[in-house]
Design a binder for this molecule. Structure first.
Ligand code: FAD
Length: 466
């Protein structure tokens, strides 16, 4: 039996970051992972491969618009090459995590881990052998898997989840996407650009329902322009694979039903936590009805030396959130002075075309929280850099508190929104006012000027360049 200070179960961006942080704190650390490669959903089936596919689609879009910039280019697609590029990005990232484990002297144990006593993790290897690890602290980071629909079996060919759609040998000719959250709209963005006639079906009243309402409206407009149908307030009534295609009946809010047909349907209706058969409940760890592990603000479960982080707890299911929770949990175990995370300050990012990103409160959420609100907006169409690169769709919107001027939320739809949001994260973390933000000089000509201009609009009622 091997003894450790920290044993981490699961090597996604929650687990592997926890292991590295634990090693940095001087803990003797092991990480248990059931997959052959390290990196979890994010590296192997999520963030990295989707962004690689999106990048190929972006290159294609650039080539299609190259003529606008005086460049003649032909945009032929070699889809095998697209997949090769995705695989390369995944393999390099996974190898990077393996390297980090080695460099930090973290033992990697391959197999399925479960808690068999308060301080004991038993790992069932694929060879049928079990390994037992003793740990002072256990960090559970077993992540999530795609939710499925009970009446529509995933066959990997006509009915797929985000796992299967990554590795298609060829793009589908037509695609129905169930769910207009980040995962659904990103794949719609990829495959529509590779030629799939795409329809998104969303039960809620708008696409990207967690984003500011004006952003959702702009997003739907942009998708419509790109020929992607977005059916909101629309429920899937039934669906089946018939004669080599998917036939789906959907009904709108008014009850009117319509039939959709496509080569493929992507079920992107959310993800569920992986917490079964981990031996948690038997030890007193509380798991709620939805399968999520209950934790306090420091990621401690009901059993104080067992922490839970990432997609298995009811916090935003994002890689950077999982990693932040990892650092918090380990630092707490190491006896450092720590504070609960401010989830309101966590950015969200959707890497579609156009990109969407936000941090803080939407206008509606700010009003509902009782703030007196003022809003500043600046369109990319009024920005020199956006005109230079030919990407003038979208805007930056800043929501600020009316009396004290504090920036409460920043919402961006448009070019490089997912990178632009970083400065807004700093601003919000530092409790910046709209006036301070507006007078923070940004370089010209850059896309970042749109954020500064929106801050002028929020602080003083008007931007400079409009
Ligand atoms: C298509 C898609 C795109 C995404 N894009 C983004 C993005 O751009 N940005 C972003 O922030 N987030 C994105 N996400 C979300 C992100 O991937 C997750 O929030 C993140 O991976 C959660 O990290 P985690 O460590 O909690 O779990 P995971 O990454 O799911 O890792 C959990 C690991 O635990 C292992 N495991 C499970 N059970 C056991 C066991 N019993 N024993 C041993 N190992 C076990 C699993 O094999 C897995 O490797 C995306 C998700 C998807 C599906």
């Amino acid at each position: 039996m091997a003894n450790y200070d920290v044993v981490v179960i699961g090597a996604g961006p929650g687990g592997y970051v926890a292991a590295i942080r634990a090693a940095h704190q001087g803990f003797k650390t092991a990480i248990v992972e059931k997959d052959a490669k390290l990196g979890g959903t994010c590296l192997l089936r999520g963030c990295i491969p989707t962004k690689a596919l999106l990048h190929s689609a972006d290159v294609l879009s650039e080539i299609r618009h190259a003529k606008d910039f005086g460049i003649i280019a032909t945009g032929e697609v070699d889809f095998a090459g697209v997949q090769k590029s995705r695989q390369k990005a995944v393999d390099k990232s996974a190898a990077g995590v393996t390297y980090l484990m080695k460099q930090n002297k973290i033992d990697v144990i391959t197999g399925r881990g479960r808690l068999t006593a308060p301080h004991t993790v038993t790992v069932d290897g694929s060879d049928g052998k079990a390994t037992t690890l003793e740990a002072k602290f256990v960090i559970v980071a077993t992540g999530s898997v795609p939710k499925r629909l009970p009446f529509l079996e995933v066959d990997g060919k006509h009915v797929v989840t985000s796992d299967e759609i990554l590795e298609l040998p060829a793009p589908p000719k037509s695609l129905i996407v169930l769910g207009a959250g980040a995962v659904g709209v990103e794949f719609a963005s990829v495959y529509s650009r590779f030629g799939a006639e795409t329809t998104i079906v969303e039960m809620l009243e708008r696409a990207l329902p967690i984003e500011d309402e004006e952003v959702s409206a702009e997003f739907e407009k942009a998708y419509k322009k790109r020929g992607i149908k977005v059916l909101t307030s629309t429920k899937l009534e039934k669906a089946a694979v018939q004669g080599g295609k998917v036939v789906a009946t959907v009904a709108g809010k008014d009850g009117g039903a319509q039939t959709l047909e496509a080569e493929m349907v992507l079920v992107a209706v959310g993800r569920g936590p992986v917490t079964k058969d981990l031996g948690l409940e038997a030890l007193g760890v509380k798991v709620d009805k939805g399968g999520y592990i209950e934790v306090d603000g420091l990621m401690r479960t009901a059993v104080p030396h067992i922490y839970a982080i990432g997609d298995i707890v009811r916090t935003p299911a994002l890689a950077h959130v999982a990693s932040a929770e990892a650092i918090l949990a380990v630092d707490h175990a190491a006896g450092k002075k720590v504070h609960p995370l401010k989830y309101r300050n966590m950015p969200s990012a959707t890497y579609s075309d156009p990109e969407v990103a936000s941090v803080g409160l939407s206008e509606r959420a700010a009003r509902e929280a009782g703030y007196q609100v003022k809003v500043g907006k600046f369109p990319f169409s009024a920005l020199g850099k956006a005109r230079i690169i030919g990407q003038t769709e979208g805007f930056v919107k800043i929501v600020a508190e009316a009396k004290y001027d504090e920036v409460l939320g920043v919402h961006i739809i448009g070019p490089h929104a997912t990178d632009l949001i970083a400065e807004a994260c700093v601003a919000i973390q530092l409790e910046t006012t709209a006036t301070e933000y507006a007078h923070t000089v940004h370089a010209h000509p850059t896309l970042t000027e749109a954020v500064m201009e929106a801050a002028h609009a929020a602080a003083e009622g008007r931007a400079i360049h409009i």
